[in-house]
Design a protein around this ligand. Structure first.
Ligand code: UN1
Length: 477
């Protein structure tokens, strides 16, 4: 089998490799991918540093053309890359193709942003002096991405980094290197100068740690667990480094008595269980008012019965497998914790077998949960959700906000008054009315509050805040 290598200083390199396994069929090896060393990581950082002066002054048309070309190629290959994504991560083929299209759109968007770079010219408060405010590239950016969005999250960090003139050392999640390798290959062939984008696949404890220890990374943008995010933060203070962290979520979905039941069930099922619940925007707390509670639980259970859990590439699959054995164990442990805490398992939660050996788990729905239980406070990151019964809207809002996290917050209601109040008072970076908590647009800001996020927003034109540094220049006329 050929080894998909790391890209360091414009050269493909690396002989040590690990297997990329398909969670829908653990007999299938998706490919062999290089596992970089500390020395590889240092070389990549040095290459990015050396490439920075020229790339930071490159023309906006050059950046536009490269990003546009990459976006076009990803779109042209959406079915093939979507299948690769579904094979390595386990989300269903339609979800995986959708994510691939999103990655293409992100490159298109930032290709356009490259042409819209602008500053401000303002008068000084002193006579005969002019003031210019401009944005300059930050420097070498470290990009560390999670396994659950193998193509969209790399795209939404790499595209703005390059658009604004930064160079990059990119470490994708060890579990899903395939899509990352593909987009680096695409960008490399699209004409990026050597060293501008370096790919170092490998272990967090080796590649990631070397990145954290480096004084040469001006910024790190990270999506992943709370624990690792904290380590990125602590190491970055020491190096005076800018950071952007997207970590966990424990997103609430409020369902009020006046909700359209179908809308509520569709939004809740999508939020909690699509992409196998493996989204930081997933909802795992369904906060339901008394008057609709029993009807909602009955309709959700019916909906869950209609969802097929199976091989990600199989037509008709609604929910793919859990990503790997470790995550499966976490999910099962939490289902046991929920039982012991006194929540009632209303549906699912059991391991299931299919034609191929994979990590198949029947989505689990708890009822009679309280917001104090561990299953309501800790991020599980799997197809496990709990229904929390509340009296009225006021209690629902209080419970929704009673969490250490604050990424996305949803409500199903037909009341303008409650929807409006919820949009203003939900303590979250994103609020969804009659929509799933997950599944976001690519051209508007993405991010959360409290324990979910740290630093400025990702995506859309707000991405410039992280990937640039502002300069204020004064000139005597
Ligand atoms: C989405 O809900 O469309 O890791 C995106 C995550 C998020 C991305 C969610 N950063 O799940």
């Amino acid at each position: 089998m050929t080894i998909y290598q790391n890209l360091i200083a414009g050269e493909w390199t690396g002989a040590d490799a690990v297997e990329n396994i398909n969670p829908s069929d653990t007999k299938e090896v998706v490919g062999l991918y290089a596992s970089g060393s500390a020395a590889d990581t240092k070389n990549a950082i040095a290459a990015a540093k050396a490439a920075f002066p020229a790339w930071s002054r490159s023309g906006i048309w050059e950046r536009h053309v490269i990003l546009k070309k990459a976006g076009d190629e990803i779109m042209a290959r959406k079915d093939e890359l979507g299948a690769l994504l579904a094979r390595e991560e386990g989300k269903t083929l339609p979800e995986a193709i959708g994510e691939t299209i999103r990655a293409s759109q992100i490159f298109e968007f930032f290709a356009g942003e490259a042409l819209r770079l602008a500053g401000e010219v303002v008068p000084s408060v002193r006579p005969n002096i002019g003031v210019e405010i401009t944005r300059e590239p930050l420097g070498v950016i470290g990009i560390i991405t999670p396994w659950n969005f193998p193509i969209a999250i790399p795209a939404w960090k790499i595209a703005p980094a390059l658009c604004y003139g930064n160079t990059v050392v990119f470490k994708p999640a060890e579990l899903v290197p395939g899509c990352s390798w593909a987009i680096v290959d695409i960008l490399n062939r699209a004409g990026l100068p050597k060293g501008v984008l370096n790919l170092v696949m490998g272990k967090g404890s080796v590649v990631g740690q070397t990145m954290l220890d480096s004084p040469d990374l001006a910024g790190i943008t990270f999506t992943g667990s709370v624990g690792t995010g904290k380590r990125v933060a602590v190491s970055s203070i020491e190096h005076n480094r800018k950071i952007q962290l997207e970590m966990g979520g424990k997103n609430p979905m409020v369902i009020l008595d006046d909700a359209d039941l179908n809308v509520a069930v569709e939004a809740a099922a999508n939020s909690a269980f699509f992409s196998t619940g493996q989204r930081c925007t997933a909802s795992s707390r369904l906060i339901v008012t008394e008057g609709i509670h029993d009807r909602f639980v009955a309709a959700m259970t019916e909906k869950l019965k209609s969802l097929n859990v199976d091989h990600a590439l199989k037509t008709g699959t609604h929910i793919g497998p859990v990503v790997d054995e470790r995550q499966l164990k976490t999910d099962i442990d939490y289902i046991e914790i929920g039982r012991q805490e006194g929540a009632k398992l209303a549906f699912g939660g059991e391991l299931i077998s299919r034609d191929t050996p994979g990590f198949y788990l029947q989505p689990a729905l708890f009822t009679e949960a309280t917001n104090q239980m561990r299953i309501s406070r800790e991020e599980i990151f799997g197809p496990v959700a709990s229904v929390i019964r509340v009296k009225d809207y006021d209690e629902a809002l209080a419970v929704a906000n009673d969490t250490p996290f604050g990424l996305s917050s949803g409500i199903a209601t037909t009341s303008l008054k409650h929807a409006t109040h919820f949009k203003r008072n939900a303590e979250a970076g994103m609020v969804m009315v009659n929509l799933p908590t997950a599944g976001v647009d690519f051209h508007v800001p993405f991010g959360g509050r409290k324990g979910s996020s740290y630093g400025s927003r990702e995506q859309g034109k707000y991405a410039a805040e992280f990937f640039t540094v502002v300069k204020t220049a004064y000139t005597l006329a």
